[in-house]
Design a protein around this ligand. Structure first.
Ligand SMILES: *[C@@H]1O[C@H](CO)[C@@H](O)[C@H](O)[C@H]1NC(C)=O
Ligand SMILES: *[C@@H]1O[C@H](CO)[C@@H](O)[C@H](O)[C@H]1NC(C)=O
Ligand SMILES: *[C@@H]1O[C@H](CO)[C@@H](O)[C@H](O)[C@H]1NC(C)=O
Ligand SMILES: *[C@@H]1O[C@H](CO)[C@@H](O)[C@H](O)[C@H]1NC(C)=O
Ligand SMILES: *[C@@H]1O[C@H](CO)[C@@H](O)[C@H](O)[C@H]1NC(C)=O
Ligand SMILES: *[C@@H]1O[C@H](CO)[C@@H](O)[C@H](O)[C@H]1NC(C)=O
Ligand SMILES: *[C@@H]1O[C@H](CO)[C@@H](O)[C@H](O)[C@H]1NC(C)=O
Length: 359
């Protein structure tokens, strides 16, 4: 199956769970990520975007890769670090998109001590003790979107990747300016859906090299003093089903909120940077997965209706994409989804924090 897309877009399409088709096209964007964010009145500054700070309380550095290798294999890569009080967690995962029901190496660890810069102007650099994981922003401290370098050395998930964001186009400032109210306090999130992804990763003993021209890196930075007790987040690449084949990005939230009331909304962005905030008119779950490991229940099959009539049917490429840490009560679901609907088809990422945890 081959899809022709307009020259200005990169399109990646899931074609069922077994055939993964990816088409790469040159891009033309007049505005870079830095000049975009510098010109809007955000409620945060560059150091908030980069650094772990005590006043943030919660800091999340999330990276996802939709990868085509130089040997034409398709993979999902996940790397996530979160700092919450004195606990830092790290997750890494590798999933074959050609065989998503097969082998799925995952790694999840929490540590109580770590080294990070604490509100200084140094570039961000987080190292998990034992040298198993390393995440670093490389570039001038006055650059909003330097290069993100991530190295994971655990046997399950070995990779050495970088996301270059300077030419990624406008970042998605969630909720318009990258800030909104959740659980009584401002939460902040900046997403870069189309970073240039490069590097290598290892599955069993085979080393794969990422083809940057046919791969996409999504960098997501989130922080804030409060954490919802349960949420679902979707980061989607959507392509219009009509002849325009327009590609948009969607960052969709649904969370439980005892303070301000349960909420759900989508931030839809076009590559031009034009950004639309839409409430969800419906967020229906039609399937769920109960983990035999953690006994948590995750909502899997979502039927979402945006207030403008857009319908999105979102299905995971595999049911079990849960990360569980031994002896730690905060399992998490993070993986890949496919999207169909009345106006768009696409694919992307899902994160679920199930209720009842003690993060
Ligand atoms: C981490 O913080 C918690 C709660 O503030 C405290 O009980 C615990 O002793 C701290 N652990 C370390 C290793 O500092
Ligand atoms: C960060 O700085 C704050 C305030 O200066 C201090 O209380 C805290 O212990 C520091 N944390 C780390 C991990 O260095
Ligand atoms: C982004 O664009 C601005 C304005 O055109 C330019 O000054 C800046 O050097 C660019 N930054 C990068 C990282 O390319
Ligand atoms: C990798 O090794 C695991 C464990 O030995 C095995 O179950 C799996 O099939 C292998 N995966 C691949 C892609 O070779
Ligand atoms: C194609 O669909 C998009 C998204 O629904 C819509 O904005 C656009 O107007 C449509 N274009 C055409 C040519 O029908
Ligand atoms: C918020 O969602 C939770 C979980 O679905 C539910 O138990 C609770 O009743 C909801 N709260 C309100 C005010 O609707
Ligand atoms: C697993 O969760 C279900 C509810 O979802 C509960 O009824 C059951 O007792 C739990 N089992 C264990 C072993 O905790």
């Amino acid at each position: 199956m081959y899809h022709l897309l307009p020259a200005s877009l990169i399109g990646l399409l899931f074609c069922g769970v077994s055939g993964f088709e990816l088409v790469s096209k040159p891009t033309k964007l007049d505005i870079n990520a830095s000049s975009f964010i510098e010109n809007v009145p955000t409620f945060f500054d560059l150091s908030d975007l980069h650094l772990v700070k005590v006043e943030h309380a919660f800091d999340s550095y999330w990276a996802g890769g939709i990868v085509r290798t130089t040997s034409n294999d398709n993979y999902l890569l996940m790397a996530h670090a979160a700092v919450y009080g004195n606990v830092t967690t790290y997750r890494g995962g590798i999933l074959s998109l050609d065989d998503p029901l097969g082998y799925h190496p995952k790694y999840y660890q929490a540590v109580n001590t770590f080294t990070h810069n604490n509100g200084t102007v140094e570039p961000f650099h987080l190292t998990i003790p034992g040298n198993v994981f390393d995440m670093e922003l490389i570039g001038p401290a006055n650059e909003w979107f330097p290069r993100l370098k991530i190295t994971s050395r655990v046997p399950e998930t070995k990779f050495n990747i970088a996301i270059d964001m300077d030419k990624a186009g406008p970042p998605v400032l969630n909720a318009g300016l990258g800030s909104w109210l959740w659980v009584g306090e401002p939460q902040h999130q900046v997403s870069v859906p189309r970073g240039r992804l490069s590097g290598t990763f290892t599955v069993n003993d085979t080393l794969f090299t990422i083809d940057p021209s046919q791969s996409l890196g999504w960098y997501d930075r989130q922080w804030g003093p409060t954490l919802a007790p349960a949420f679902t987040w979707l980061g989607l690449y959507l392509t219009s089903s009509n002849t325009s084949h327009e590609e948009i990005y969607a960052s969709i939230w649904n969370w439980e909120d005892d303070v301000n009331g349960n909420k759900s909304f989508a931030t839809i962005q076009r590559p031009s940077g034009i950004n639309t905030i839409v409430p969800l008119a419906d967020f229906t779950v039609t399937d769920s997965f109960q983990s035999p490991v953690s006994n948590k229940t995750y909502s899997l099959d979502h039927r979402i209706r945006l207030a403008d009539g857009t319908l999105l049917h979102i299905k995971p490429v595999r049911r079990d994409q849960e990360f569980v840490m031994q002896g730690f009560d905060n399992p998490f679901y993070s993986g890949a989804v496919e999207v169909t609907g009345n106006q768009y088809t696409g694919y992307g990422y899902i994160d679920i924090l199930p209720g009842g945890g003690s993060f």
